[in-house]
Write a protein that binds this ligand. Structure first.
Ligand SMILES: *Cc1c(COP(=O)(O)O)cnc(C)c1O
Length: 403
């Protein structure tokens, strides 16, 4: 069946190349956990999780047990980490499907222990990663709570402390001060883990900016001081988007404080390939006279005759409504401005200056056409958000197609 023309193309080969490139960028012996939460950042878990495994990835990171079950069905041999919490009643599914939970609350340990015992699990047979709150105040155990949490991993417990993780809240801040503070607190936490006689395998710290910004060797060194191996958790960069740093590394000319872009960031700019292209089509073309209004509330009034192209994409597809009258899409290799408000299922382009446009022409919303490109950062800048949100709000009704 022909479908409504609004779809996403996923280049799984680019994803594989990105994974291998990121692996080469990391310090030797760094394990990469590929973050495929939220349907692989809207890129389709079905398409992306197997691609990561084909590229040599051994660990997948998901948000929830629900996502973990999908990842497990797709990738029977991968380690699947549930990063945003196991909820009451989900312990049995974690055990049955061999998921690896991140934990930080006593109640999570209670639930997992009970489920493991009910399933007849031996001591130390359920690996868990303990998250430490080193400063983000989101999830993770406080340093003070470690004295009561760590004894829970006594030798008779079915739980095994396999890893220590933390999440950095300012890894894209070029001065690195917030990260340094967080790593200092992490080091204190690692001291307490050691004093408790626990020796986890993994130290899991850092996402795309940590890796692409060239910080992986720092994590490796910290891990090695505690007899651990380093794990980094890239998400955005896997999908081919190089994270921006604040402020960026290119200061004004003649500024001799120029530290320049780290070499790893420069090579990421050259090597990472966007995985996702978001397309639609022109479904009709009309001419309107001067004085006609376009779209809801007539926010656009034609001051001269215009040609308009109706596009089969609206805010229910994830095209942010705030882009109306202030963004352009690509048609016939040129930028055509969005005229009037974006509707639920439609957007209107001003194609007065692109006279050949006709019904059936492909429209690119994210990606390249001819010599022009629209990036997820372009959408993010225009609608006041970040590429992560631009990707994850592309609606479920938009089919994802491997190309
Ligand atoms: C989302 C997430 C990541 C990946 O972050 P990116 O900036 O997309 O690379 C890593 N770790 C945790 C805990 C996350 O929630």
């Amino acid at each position: 069946m022909q479908t409504r023309p609004c779809w996403v193309e996923i280049r799984t080969r680019a994803l594989e190349d990105n994974f291998r490139f990121l692996q080469s960028l990391a310090a030797p012996d760094v394990e990469l956990l590929a973050v495929v939460k939220a349907d692989a950042y809207g890129h389709s878990l079905d398409l992306c999780a197997p691609a990561v495994v084909r590229a040599g990835g051994k660990w997948l990171g998901v948000s929830s047990v629900e996502e973990g079950l999908k990842a497990r069905a797709l990738c029977p041999d991968a380690r699947v980490m549930v990063m945003a919490g196991v909820f009451p009643g989900q312990g049995a599914a974690v055990i049955e499907h061999g998921l690896t939970p991140v934990v930080w609350e006593p109640a999570q340990l209670d639930g997992l222990e009970a489920a493991a015992r009910a399933a007849g699990h031996r001591a130390g047979s359920l690996p868990v990663h303990l998250e430490i709150d080193t400063g983000m105040s989101r999830q993770g155990a406080s340093l003070d709570s470690l004295s009561s949490l760590l004894p829970r991993f006594e030798p008779g417990s079915p739980l095994r402390l396999e890893g220590i993780m933390t999440h950095l809240y300012g890894a894209d801040e070029a001065d690195g001060l917030a990260t340094q503070q967080q790593l200092d607190r992490l080091q204190q936490a690692l001291g307490r883990v050691e004093s408790a006689g626990l020796y986890p395998d993994w130290l899991s710290v850092g996402s795309s900016p940590t890796l692409v910004g060239g910080m992986s060797a720092t994590i490796v060194a910290l891990a090695a001081r505690h007899g651990m191996k380093a794990m980094l958790r890239p998400g955005l960069s896997l999908y081919g988007i190089t994270p921006l740093f604040h402020p960026d590394f290119t200061p004004p000319a003649n500024d001799n404080t120029d530290v320049g872009e780290p070499p790893s960031l420069a090579s990421a700019h050259r090597q990472l390939q966007p995985v996702l292209t978001w397309k639609s089509a022109v479904i009709s073309v009309r001419t309107i006279p001067a004085g006609a209004v376009i779209g809801y509330n007539g926010t656009f009034v034609a001051t001269e005759p215009m040609r308009l192209a109706l596009v089969a994409a609206g805010y229910a597809d994830g095209l942010d409504r705030s882009l109306g009258n202030r963004f352009s899409l690509l048609v016939r290799g040129q930028r055509a401005p969005l005229a009037g408000r974006i509707s639920m299922d439609h957007a209107v382009l001003d194609v007065t200056e692109i006279p050949a446009v006709q019904a059936g022409d492909e429209v690119v919303m994210i990606g390249s056409q001819g010599a022009e490109t629209i990036t997820a950062y372009d959408h993010a800048d225009a609608s006041g958000t970040i590429p992560w949100e631009v990707f994850t709000r592309i609606a479920a009704r938009v089919p994802r197609i491997a190309v």
